[in-house]
Each structure stands twice: as C-alpha cells, then as structure tokens.
Design a protein around this ligand. Structure first.
Ligand SMILES: C[S@@+](CC[C@H](N)C(=O)[O-])C[C@H]1O[C@@H](n2cnc3c(N)ncnc32)[C@H](O)[C@@H]1O
Length: 275
C-alpha cells in the first residue's frame, strides 16, 4: 500500500498518465531484470503491475491457499475472476486447476487483459480473459456503467467467483449489480471470495486509512477520485448480500484496521459468500 502523501500525489495525475508514470519509474529495474533473466515468464514487469504494491507472486499464492481452505476450490473447479488485473489471482491457479477446470477473468483495463492473454492463455488455453469497457475513475473515465453491466456468462456456470481488491474500488450501486451478477453466474452451492474495507460504529480509523468522506453506508478516501478506496458499513454489506440470496460462510477482518498482521489472513477484510 502506498503512503498517504504518495497516494495523494498519484491520484492528482490523470488516470491514463498513471500507467505511463509507473512504467517509466520502474523502467531501469525492469530492463535490468529482463537482461539478467531475473524474472520468470509468468511474472509481469513491475512497471506493468498497476494493481497494487507488495510481493505480487506471494500475494497470489496466499490467495490460492484461502480458496482451497475456505472456498472448497477443487482442481476441476470453474473459476470466475472479476477484475482480473494483470493475473495475480490467475497465475497460481494455473498450477492448481486441471484441464477439466477452467478460469474466466474480465477487467476494464485492456493492457492487463492483453498481458494475461499473451502470457497466460498462450500457455494455459483453459484460462481466458476479456476486456470490458467500463468506467472506474481510479483507472479510466471513458467507459460504460458498471452499475448496469451484465456479465458475459451463462447462469450457474461457476463454482468460485473471486473479487480480490475490486469492491474496495467500486461504489455501492456497482457492487449491488455485481453481487447480483455473481449470484446469477454461480452454481447452487457456489462461493464468492470478495475483499472489502468494512467499518461499523466502533471502527477506529488507522492513520492513512481514515476514509474521511462519510456517505452513511459507505465512506471514501478521496472525494475527487471516488473509486480510489471505498469502505462499506459491514451491516449494509451483510444486508445487501442477504438480499441477493447469499449466506455468509466466513468473514475475516484484515490488518488494514490496525489488527496485528500475524492474526489476520489478509490486509483487506475477506468476505466469503455462499449461494
Ligand atoms: C487493485 S486491482 C486488483 C486486481 C486483481 N483482482 C488482483 O487482485 O490482482 C483492481 C482491479 O479492478 C479492476 N476494475 C475496476 N473496476 C472494475 C469493474 N467495474 N469491473 C471489473 N474490474 C474492475 C481494475 O481495472 C483493476 O484491475
């Protein structure tokens, strides 16, 4: 996670430029790692990883453990990855899913989808990625509405839907629509793994994660870039999930809220919903 001041500075740059700034910043390191063959073929160059900081490969491996331990993931499962980014969730799944299993990812950023197609689908044809032109003011401002988007998949197709660090960048009416679409496309008994920033009346906001803009059932970190980071009232989320027919299988609070890292499964809060 970026420090507050760096983050503010980054948000001040227009969305399209943020990709170029990152690419240029990491260009020397990426070039060095390419020349010295320090990066394996399933790891994107750092300058292309627009989906967050930290150890990209380790974060994916940890998520895979959660899918196995808490989401009943099997090698033959059919997985949907909502906001597939640049393959952080997909890459470890290439080792776990067998040829009967499948993976479908979609994202609003074409560069990430293209990288995944060229580097993952080329080696694992049962892993497919789609680019969908939707608006999200953290990333782009020239797409359609996520609040009205119908997922391009048949009903009852997936065993697991993954929404990792995506609802933390989406507004309530968009999350509402996505939960409905996830419910529609999951098989009965299917599971949704989603991460959030959740709060209640007792939340003590840690430094750097204050979410100062209060809209009642949700709060924003930045009022100019609304999707930069979004926190939801836990009660509101529970109601919304219930309204769509989900039950909550697990809810693990994350270390972002100041809990000791070793006591938490992840930085963000994990909500595991069952159809
Ligand atoms: C922080 S990144 C996480 C990416 C990926 N899930 C991961 O864990 O590496 C958030 C992702 O959500 C995507 N995104 C934002 N709004 C979206 C939307 N309405 N539908 C699908 N993806 C979206 C972004 O393009 C970005 O790839």
């Amino acid at each position: 996670m970026m420090k507050l001041s760096t983050r503010k500075l980054f948000y001040a740059i227009p969305p399209a430029w943020r990709f170029t700034v990152r690419r240029l910043y990491y260009l020397p390191l990426d070039t060095w790692q390419t020349l010295t063959k320090q990066r394996d073929e399933l790891t994107p160059p750092k300058g292309l990883i627009y989906t967050g900081s930290g150890d990209f490969r380790r974060q994916g491996e940890l998520a895979l453990e959660h899918f196995k331990n808490f989401c009943s993931l099997q090698p033959e499962s059919h997985v949907l990855d909502v906001g597939s980014g640049i393959g952080r969730m997909a890459i470890p799944l290439t080792r776990f899913l067998n040829k009967t299993g499948s993976y479908e990812g979609f994202d609003v950023i074409e560069k990430g989808v293209n990288w995944c197609r060229e580097n993952i689908t080329r080696r694992f044809p049962n892993f497919r990625f789609q680019y969908i032109s939707l608006d999200n003011d953290l990333y782009r401002t020239d797409g359609g509405s996520a609040a009205k988007f119908q997922f391009p998949y048949d009903a009852a197709r997936f065993d697991l839907a993954v929404v990792n660090s995506v609802f933390t960048h989406m507004l309530p009416e968009e999350v509402e629509n996505y939960l409905g679409e996830i419910y529609r496309t999951l098989k009965p008994g299917g599971v949704c793994y989603a991460t959030f920033f959740l709060f209640d009346e007792k939340t003590v906001w840690p430094e750097g994660f204050e979410f100062p803009f209060d809209y009642g059932h949700y709060r924003l970190m930045d009022n100019e870039v609304k999707s930069a980071n979004v926190a939801f009232d836990e009660k509101y989320l529970r109601e919304m999930a219930g309204r769509h027919g989900f039950t909550i299988r697990h809810l693990f609070h994350g270390s972002w809220r100041g809990l000791p890292r070793e006591e938490c499964k992840e930085f963000q809060d994990i909500v595991i919903l069952e159809k």
